[in-house]
Design a protein around this ligand. Structure first.
Ligand code: GLU
Length: 395
């Protein structure tokens, strides 16, 4: 039976990251020994100093509705963070706190995009970008890249993708799913193209900024000519192991911040009071306090790359940030392994789930159909076991 759902929801794809995580959970519940490398979620506990701030907030009776755009103290703390880490000057009236960076991105898209507007997505891109554009009845336009380009687009590609209908571009560095990091020089070269097209706004998703293994990621809004056209998105989930606390935020031109507050005021109101109080402590904490997690991710990255490189058919690049590897596995397309014919990345991901009991996410979901994503936000023991199983399954 078909239910009378709206065209809007019918046109929306399911989030592949969340779907794979749910599938892995379900199989685990049934007793299958699944190792899930599907969800991008730190496996650390939230640091004690942040938990203590939350407990204190509960004891101090922070229980009422919060201001729609966030507590003033949190917005001031976020301004300090932007100055300290990104050399960006924002005033509190340019900040909007949301229930996670995902909501921040959805707010921005909802307030800027009209039906028919075009949104540029340098691929690979995070699964929800395209879905968020679909919800706005905008058209998303992929700009492809491959492992041979280190999964980065060039200024010439950007120029070629722009039309009079282009309204926004979504950048994400360090990137989910590739782990690639654009350098300041590369960003400036892309900005030089955008300078010629003043109708285009930039959404710069910097949620993985602290999880980097080489040079410090650059902020798009730090380019002077881009500041008034850029919305900087960030949040606490990844760097502070606070995925479930749901706190994200933007720094943006005031008129965009105001519009996002209006949107949020009709949909969710302000973000959770306890999480916001804890967030003040988190964003003001010296970044050295979370370095142990970054160091651990780097160790795991090196282990994972070293092991995957030894599997025939896995083409790997070296991610410089985030906690994902994104191998090109197109070598397996058209091959039959153990009675299963692999036509595409989706087949390969399902094959790994069934034959190796390892959950990954297909690259199709990220606009990169030759790849699969593995999250190495898992213990070293689990990672070694998962890759051993993958190797056995494909050899
Ligand atoms: N951003 C994470 C990921 O890509 C969490 C899941 C999601 O919201 O997509 O796995």
């Amino acid at each position: 039976m078909t239910h009378p759902l709206s065209d809007r929801i019918n046109s929306l794809p399911v989030s592949q990251t969340l779907a794979m995580a749910a599938k892995a959970r379900e199989l685990k519940f049934q007793g299958v020994d699944i190792i899930s490398l599907s969800l991008g979620e730190p496996d650390f506990n939230t640091p004690d100093f942040i938990k203590d701030a939350a407990i204190e907030a509960i004891n101090q009776n922070y229980n009422s509705y919060t201001p729609v755009d966030g507590y003033v103290e949190l917005k001031e703390a976020i301004c300090k963070k932007f100055k300290r880490d990104n050399d960006l000057v924002y005033q509190p009236n340019q900040i909007v706190v949301s229930t996670g960076a995902k909501q921040s991105i959805a707010n921005v898209a909802q307030v800027l995009l009209n039906p028919g507007d075009e949104v540029l997505l340098p691929a690979p891109y995070w699964v929800s970008y395209s879905a968020i554009a679909i919800l706005c009845e905008a058209k998303f336009v992929e700009i492809p890249s491959s492992i041979d380009d280190d999964f980065k687009i060039t200024p010439a590609q950007l120029e070629a993708a722009i039309t009079p209908k282009t309204k926004m571009i979504f950048f994400n560095s360090p990137n989910n799913p590739s782990g690639s990091v654009y350098s300041e020089k590369e960003y400036r070269a892309l900005a030089a193209v955008l300078e010629k097209h003043p109708q285009i706004y930039v959404l710069s998703d910097e949620i993985y900024e602290h999880i980097n293994y080489g040079y410090k990621p650059f902020s798009f809004a730090a380019i002077e000519s881009m500041y008034n056209r850029t919305i900087t998105v960030n949040g606490l989930a990844k760097a502070f192991a606070m995925t479930g606390w749901r706190i994200g935020y933007i720094g943006a031109p005031e008129w965009i911040a105001k519009a996002c507050t209006k949107m949020q005021g009709q949909i969710t109101s302000g973000a959770n009071c306890i999480a916001q109080r804890a967030a003040i402590t988190a964003v003001l904490a010296p970044v050295e306090k979370i370095q142990y997690m970054v160091d651990e991710f780097k160790t795991r990255r090196d282990i994972v790359i070293g092991l995957l490189e030894k599997i025939d058919g896995f083409k790997i690049n070296e991610p410089e940030g985030a906690f994902y590897v994104f191998p090109d596995i197109s070598y397996f397309f058209g091959k039959t392994i153990d009675g299963t014919t692999i036509q595409n990345a989706n087949d390969f991901s399902l094959f790994l789930l069934e034959k190796a009991n390892v959950a990954t996410v297909t690259g199709d979901a990220f606009g990169a159909p030759n790849c699969i994503r593995l999250s190495y936000a898992a213990s070293e023991l689990q990672l070694r076991e998962a890759i051993k199983r993958i190797k056995e399954a494909v050899s």
